[in-house]
Design a protein around this ligand. Sequence first.
Ligand SMILES: CC1=C(C(=O)N[C@H](C)C(=O)N[C@@H](Cc2c[nH]c3ccccc23)C(=O)N[C@@H](CC2CCCCC2)C(=O)[C@H](C)CO)Cc2ccccc21
Length: 217
Amino acid sequence: TTTLAFKFQGGVIVAVDSRASQGSFDASETVRKIIEINDQLLGTMAGGAADCQFWEQYLAIECRKYQLQNREKVSVAAASRILINILYSYRNHGLSMGCMLTGWDHEGAQLYYLDNDGQRIKGNIFSCGSGSTYAYGVLDNEYHYNLSVKEAAELGRKAIYHATHRDAGSGGVVRIYHVHAPNAQGKGWTIIEDGEDVNKLHYFYEGAKGAVGDGDF
Ligand SMILES: CC1=C(C(=O)N[C@H](C)C(=O)N[C@@H](Cc2c[nH]c3ccccc23)C(=O)N[C@@H](CC2CCCCC2)C(=O)[C@H](C)CO)Cc2ccccc21
């Protein structure tokens, strides 16, 4: 798995791959690793599939209950506290989860990284999963805060592509979401790309290298 998210002048870009594996068996090339918690909140998934899916869907229910009880939208900080308290209570029990929670609340665009050790870090750039080292290589080289939405989405796509090219645990398609100020319908995120095949992307990026001959296959 390769998941990433970064803040920039236009909000937050979230980009992921879609491979699931069971040991050396490729279980799926089409899983969804971004969960739409509500109209303002997104979560990413890396690690144990069942752990991520169960606890992030559970978080969505807790956020809904929070909003009904408090008559106000849940902040990203509060939502990430609900989840980190669960992960911390199950520490040493074998959960395997690395996720990012991001959204737009009263403080603007927010981005947190959380994992099964009980880490909860606020930050501007995160990547998580077996391909994250490759994604960081691209992100750290080309990121700057003033990217346009188009440039930021392209950076997310490029980082996921290169990670899927080198990491055996990542592949399938690239999915890209853009977190922004809520629109007239109250939506705080937009799907920019919902399934671009990394095998097709390979020839796009390979061509850009301009090399002749047999290249990197
Ligand atoms: C394909 C699949 C599932 C699956 O493959 N389960 C296996 C056992 C699983 O959890 N795979 C993990 C890797 C893994 C296997 N055993 C583990 C024990 C501990 C920790 C990790 C693992 C995986 O693909 N993880 C993905 C992210 C997942 C993919 C499925 C959606 C939710 C996020 C990755 O992190 C990369 C592939 C790197 O492992 C579970 C599931 C539920 C609903 C729909 C599809 C699936």
